[in-house]
Design a protein around this ligand. Structure first.
Ligand code: ZN
Ligand code: ZN
Ligand code: ZN
Length: 374
């Protein structure tokens, strides 16, 4: 499994250490998960045995791993960094080992996805310290994607587009959502992902439940089917794309609001460029849907950031006044769910520098957005 070395550049660790100092933190503690992978390239499993990257403000960073994980850590991109790897044996005390090295910190930051099993042991090891989320230092870095990260998201987008291109072959009346979902999950892997993150096949009334996954409901003629799928690529970067399908024909009232949704999704996409706020992109979709009379049925935010996690900063939601910058990646996925059916259209987009690319937005998904009648 080879990944582009530019995805996890060796200078990132020093950049993170600078951010730790700039935030007046004493130490950043990252257990396995997207934060650890972002900083070191090490895709470690989350286990009860402690693996932890320790980034102190005033000394060199080091990686603590259980002795039995040493070979895996060395084989990962972390092994190529100038990073000391400290092992602990089965009867050892990794929290004590870290405490000995970093002393008595006042301000510590823990990876957002750290298990309570470890967070509470860090609280006991450093009873005088205030705990912060690692995202206070990492989110501003992770939000601004490099060219290599954007290329990884584009590859993920192409892979999931290939799956959607084949969905009409698997969507058949008489099959259950679960049966169709199993075929789609297989295809997500076959098209290059290493992991299926989610498969939503919402048919008939289930199309009006945005986070319905699959059920044993049998797909019927005249159903609308919302298919929202995503996975993780070998690079670590995620895909996420929704298309809405209709079986045989679509109800008239549905066709009317699908066109409103289509227009709103396009308008929100066109509104993306550096300097506009995240909430203004939400507003671009929401105003059109509200003006057409469907505002009460658009019951979620317009989008979420994406990268090493399928939901991360920046969130495209009212109240988020962060100005978008070139390199920020997020979904644009308005939906209308009046029941007994519903619809959503979702693409991943990247805010771009118009001077460099000729447009303020790059699309990671390019499957057609018109309603597909199966
Ligand atoms: Zn999404
Ligand atoms: Zn989605
Ligand atoms: Zn259309």
């Amino acid at each position: 499994m080879s990944t582009d070395p530019a995805l996890y550049p060796s200078e990132r660790l020093a950049q993170v250490a600078d951010a730790v100092r700039a935030a007046d933190l004493d130490v950043l503690l990252l257990t396995p998960g997207p934060d650890l992978r972002y900083v070191t390239g090490y895709d470690a499993k989350q286990l009860e045995r402690l693996t932890c990257l320790v980034v102190p403000a005033r000394r060199e960073a080091f990686l603590v791993v259980p002795a039995l994980e040493l070979k895996a850590a060395q084989a990962s991109p972390a092994g190529a960094l100038s990073l000391e790897i400290v092992t602990w044996e089965e009867t050892g005390h990794p929290f004590g080992l870290i405490k000995k090295a970093v002393g008595d910190p006042r301000e510590i930051a823990l990876s957002d996805r750290m298990w309570a099993l470890h967070a509470l042991q860090f609280r006991d090891a450093f009873p005088g310290a205030r705990q912060h989320l690692a995202s206070t230092v990492l989110s501003p870095l992770r939000m601004r994607k490099s060219a290599a990260e954007i290329a990884a998201l584009a590859a993920a987008g192409e892979a999931i587009d290939r799956v959607h291109a084949n969905v009409p072959r698997w969507l058949k009346t008489g099959l259950t959502e679960r049966q169709v979902g199993a075929k789609i999950a297989e295809a997500i892997i076959a098209e290059g992902h290493v992991q299926v993150d989610f498969v939503i096949v919402g048919s008939g009334p289930n199309a009006a439940s945005p986070h319905h996954e699959v059920s044993d409901r049998v797909i019927q003629d005249g159903d609308v089917v919302v298919v929202d799928i995503g996975g993780t690529m070998p690079s670590g970067y995620c895909s996420d794309c929704t298309r809405t399908y209709a079986m045989g024909h679509a109800p008239d009232d549905f066709t009317k609001y699908y066109e409103v949704l289509h227009t709103a999704q396009e308008a929100a996409t066109r509104s993306v460029r550096p300097g506009v706020t995240a909430e203004s992109v939400d507003r671009a979709a929401r105003e059109l849907i509200a003006d057409a009379g469907y505002g009460q049925w658009f019951i979620h935010r317009t989008g979420h950031g994406i990268g090493l996690e399928s939901h991360e900063d920046p969130y495209i939601v009212a109240g988020n006044t962060i100005p978008l910058e070139a390199g920020m990646a997020f979904s644009i996925e308005p939906g209308i769910y009046p029941g007994p059916h519903g619809a959503r259209i979702e693409d991943i987009v990247v805010c771009a520098d118009p001077a460099a690319t000729g447009s303020g937005v790059q699309l990671m998904n390019n499957a057609p957005r018109d309603l597909v009648i199966v």
